[in-house]
Design a protein around this ligand. Structure first.
Ligand SMILES: [Zn+2]
Length: 154
């Protein structure tokens, strides 16, 4: 591979992206990882990069891929894969559906955990408000008792 062509092609694609001619998708077209989220097999939030699947000279033909898939596809720039599905099977083999399901599950678990934390915070807030209401009611009763001693018998 000609390293000069690679650098030139990457720079040209970066310019096309910056100019809005090419738009990266907000997810990896190969594994489905969503940009800026914390997928279970990543240490850091997902970043999406352009992958020149048809050669660096072909600056318009790119896939949006995560760093992990980009690393797997480091020697796959010469048009041997023409669809993200082909690249997915190359990287994940026959297990890619299992991986996709695991990914989906981890997302759902993440959502559930977030909801549980919100519910816990709301319960605490509720308990605090109930406590305040109770204190105010007690104060009111005491003041009413002082103002209207005759009403106590009602
Ligand atoms: Zn990926």
């Amino acid at each position: 591979m000609n390293i000069g062509n690679q650098i030139a092609g990457q720079a040209q694609t970066r310019r096309l992206i910056a100019d809005g001619v090419i738009k990266l998708k907000p997810y990896c077209e190969v594994c489905g990882a969503v940009e800026n989220t914390q997928e279970y097999w990543f240490d850091t939030p997902v970043k999406i990069h352009p992958h020149h699947y048809n050669g660096y000279h072909d600056v318009y033909h790119i896939w949006s891929v995560c760093r992990s898939c980009n690393r797997h596809l480091v020697n796959c720039h010469d048009g041997q894969f023409q669809t993200p599905e082909q690249a997915r099977i190359f990287i994940f083999g026959g297990d890619w559906q299992l991986k996709a399901k695991t990914l989906l599950l981890s997302r759902i678990y993440g959502e559930i955990e977030k909801n549980v934390r919100q519910i816990e915070a709301l319960c605490q807030r509720n308990a605090h408000l109930k406590n305040q209401v109770h204190l105010l009611q007690t104060e009111n009763c005491q003041q009413d008792g002082k103002k209207n001693p005759e009403s106590e018998g009602k």
